[in-house]
Design a protein around this ligand. Structure first.
Ligand code: RTP
Ligand code: MG
Length: 148
């Protein structure tokens, strides 16, 4: 089953949107298989955003992503990479559809609340930055017996 790396950025945490964002992916039907609350080191941030080295926004992007704690997550499900990107909305929140996470809660391209891997290959690369394979939990969301 496909997996992706989703991360609630420092502005999402500061603004109290952690529960709301996790809730959207849970209700969609995706399965949370890994989660950590941490503050990125500069080294991790530069590794995470390696594809953007040299771009004019790179320094500001790194400063922002290390400015406070983030919620690092691995989510699993059918076409989760592309579907979660659709749920997040466009990179520029001012252009993101209103029902998306960025469209609903942000306006600034440099403060867009959430990160999501842009391909299965990116997901694999990014997950390896944040998680050991043993930290990703295999479980069945449809276990019976939780209600009698
Ligand atoms: P992310 O990687 O954070 O999930 O965002 P994304 O795929 O939608 O966008 P990407 O092109 O990977 O850009 C990474 C982050 O850099 C900032 N950015 N600023 N000022 C600019 O023109 C500009 N372009 C990109 C955004 O914060 C974006 O999320
Ligand atoms: Mg990206």
């Amino acid at each position: 089953m496909e997996r992706t790396y989703l991360m609630i950025k420092p502005d999402g945490v500061q603004r109290g949107l952690v529960g709301e964002i996790i809730s959207r992916f849970e209700k969609k039907g995706f399965k949370l298989v890994g989660m950590k609350f941490l503050r990125l080191t500069r080294e991790m941030a530069e590794k995470h955003y390696a594809e953007h080295v040299g771009k004019p926004f790179f320094a500001g992007l790194v400063d922002y992503i290390i400015s406070g704690p983030v919620v690092a997550m691995c989510w699993e499900g059918k076409e989760v990479v592309s579907v979660s990107r659709e749920m997040m909305g466009a990179t520029n929140p001012a252009k993101a559809a209103p029902g998306t996470i960025r469209g609903a809660y942000a306006v600034d391209i440099g403060r867009n609340i959430i990160h999501g891997s842009d391909s299965p290959a990116s997901a694999e690369r990014e997950l390896s930055i944040y998680f050991e394979s043993a930290e990703l939990v295999e479980w069945d969301r449809t276990v019976q017996g939780w209600i009698t």
